[in-house]
Design a protein around this ligand. Structure first.
Ligand SMILES: [Zn+2]
Length: 259
């Protein structure tokens, strides 16, 4: 979930602390969202392809969904759109080459915490971090090679506020529409810039996936594996990309998908 500070995509601004986890937790509207029925949304024989713009988005967004799919026995493929090599510009501690290795490793460790290292296939497209939308044709072509006729797509929200998240969401959405496949879009950065009742989120198309306390606990452990994103870079002293507030927002007992 690489963040470009002060990045403005229309009015969806990712800056500062964002809307607090408690504000969301206390919002009645969240409780009123349609609950997702995992068996009917993701029938167990169907393969689920999760598109992650950066290594960590698959867990931050879908750490609960992944556990429930594993429990059901759905085959899962993580499509890593970038390897997140642009997360530490000017760092002497992490070069892009280091990040190209470290960040996918963090994903593998995190997935193991969710319970199934071996059962989850990860396909890295290694598109340039920060330029997903500019590389939309490459992403679309890659999907042509990977996606099968019966797959279900999960991607980031096409209005999530981060350019790579929006690019991934838009291309997944178009691919799914062109091929008549279901596509669910998970909210990640939207929790930061949006507010309860926010009209920029299509709540009427949203479904809430509830996590058990055990699933929530495992998701928290998995998120803690993304050390490059959580710890202060000693060479720049830059604040971590995933602030405690961001981690808290993504560690709730629910995930919300736009359908
Ligand atoms: Zn991301």
């Amino acid at each position: 979930m690489d963040i470009i500070k002060h990045e403005i995509v229309d009015d969806r601004v990712i800056f500062g602390e964002g809307t607090s986890s408690n504000t969301w937790e206390n919002w009645q509207g969240l409780q009123q969202l349609a609950p997702m029925n995992i068996q009917s949304a993701f029938p167990k024989q169907r393969r689920v392809c999760i598109l992650a713009p950066h290594p960590d988005d698959e867990v931050l967004g879908c750490g609960g969904l992944i556990q429930q799919l594993l429990e059901q026995g759905n085959p899962i493929v993580i499509i890593a759109v970038t390897n997140g090599t642009a997360s530490h510009p000017n760092s002497k501690h992490y070069s892009p080459q280091d990040l190209n290795q470290l960040r996918p490793e963090e994903t593998r460790t995190a997935l193991a915490h969710l319970g199934a290292k071996q059962q989850i296939q990860r396909i890295a497209l290694n598109l340039p971090d920060g330029q997903v939308y500019q590389q939309k044709n490459s992403l679309y072509l890659a999907l042509e090679n990977i996606i099968q006729a019966d797959d279900i797509l999960v991607a980031t929200f096409s209005q999530d506020g981060h350019p790579d998240h929006e690019g991934t969401g838009k291309i997944a959405e178009k691919f799914a529409r062109d091929h008549g496949l279901p596509c669910y879009q998970v909210l990640i950065w939207a929790w930061h810039w949006a507010k309860p009742h926010d009209e920029r989120i299509p709540w009427q198309r949203a479904q809430r996936l509830d996590l058990t306390p055990n699933q929530q606990h495992k998701k928290r452990q998995a998120i803690a594996c993304f050390k490059t994103q959580i710890e202060v870079d000693p060479s720049t002293q830059n604040t971590p990309i995933l602030s405690p507030a961001a981690i808290e927002r993504m560690s709730r007992a629910w995930e919300v998908y736009i359908c």
